[in-house]
Design a protein around this ligand. Structure first.
Ligand code: 13P
Ligand code: SF4
Length: 310
């Protein structure tokens, strides 16, 4: 019988010996969130990556998030437990096709969602996340046409909130697009006292049933502060871990997707495990690297996002 590794303890030791910081997204499995130094949404994670003094950033999230950390803090080594942890939004917006999309709208102002590759970011004027998208779009000069990529559902939500017309790239998130409106309505009937909280990556027919729409951090803060006791949560189920920690007496019901599962998990986010996290720290690989010219080009719109979100 093999000896079991105490991953949590070994990861803590590696953190100290490597002078590393572990940044984790809310969609990571609970154990990974619990060994992280900082758990947040994409905006907060980008800000944490930018200001860290640690020598190594171990990024427990998906590829575009680790890439953002490297763009903002290039002198740090950035490790990612599984390099294959991609994102359907980013994957469905190939840089070559994006370039053609941009060329069809000369003079337009390009706002790209952070869930995109560094190459797409490099072709954008400003980046946004789900927590600052409305604020960012509101700051685009009024006389400019706006191209918004790659999430059409977030784009439609932002158009509604800002009253700005935007040309949308037809992308979507494979996790948020499969929430079932029918099952959500059935849950609402079963729990009429529950508040529905949803991520703006969900489709409009689902979002119209939401009492609150926000980024993962926005939703988390809302359920903790709300006087309500019961919530139907329409986003990736990993967020429930911090909800239960922040408001242990409250009741959280994950909304089901249309695929027969009880709750919805991001297959990319869940590629990271405690074992892979431990191994990547021990072996210092896989490491996220990128050509310096690409990094520089992608840095400008990201930096503008950070300025416009202050
Ligand atoms: P947040 O910025 O709300 O954390 O969203 C990231 C994400 O990938 C949602 O699917
Ligand atoms: Fe990408 Fe959707 Fe997973 Fe978020 S939940 S990382 S948008 S595939």
């Amino acid at each position: 019988m093999g000896t079991e590794v105490d991953y949590a303890r070994e990861i803590e030791e590696l953190k100290r010996s490597m002078n590393a910081v572990i940044l984790a997204h809310y969609y990571q499995e609970s154990e990974v969130q619990d060994v992280a130094d900082f758990v947040g949404d994409s905006l907060a994670l980008a800000q944490a990556a930018e200001r860290t003094q640690a020598d190594v950033i171990v990024f427990c999230g998906v590829h575009f998030m680790a890439e953002t950390a490297k763009i903002l803090n290039p002198s740090r080594q950035v490790l990612l437990p599984d390099l294959k942890a991609g994102c359907s939004l980013s994957d469905r917006c190939p840089p070559a096709a994006f370039k053609v999309f941009k060329e069809k709208h000369p003079g337009a102002f390009v706002v790209s969602y952070v869930n995109s590759s560094a190459a797409v970011k490099a072709m954008s004027d400003v980046i946004c996340t789900s927590s600052n998208a409305v604020k960012i779009v509101n700051q685009v000069p009024r006389d400019r046409q706006i191209l918004f990529a790659p999430d059409q559902h977030l784009g439609r939500h932002v158009m509604k909130q800002t009253g700005r017309d935007m040309v949308l790239w037809p992308g979507s998130c494979i996790v948020h697009e499969i929430f079932s409106e029918k099952k959500l309505v059935e849950l609402k009937v079963l729990h009429p006292d529950a508040e529905v909280v949803a991520h703006p990556e969900c489709e409009a027919p689902v979002l119209r049933h939401a009492d609150f729409i926000g980024s993962t951090k926005g939703i988390l803060d809302h359920v903790i502060k709300s006087p309500k006791e019961k919530f139907i949560v329409v986003t990736e189920a990993g967020i429930l871990h911090q909800m239960k920690k922040g408001a242990p007496h409250k009741h959280f019901i994950p909304a089901p997707p249309d695929n027969g599962c009880a709750c919805n998990e991001c297959p990319y986010m869940r590629l990271n495990t405690m074992e892979k996290l431990w191994k990547c720290m021990k072996e210092r690989t896989p490491e996220l690297t990128m050509p310096e010219d690409l990094r520089e080009a992608a840095r400008a719109p990201l930096q503008l996002m950070l300025e416009w979100s202050r």
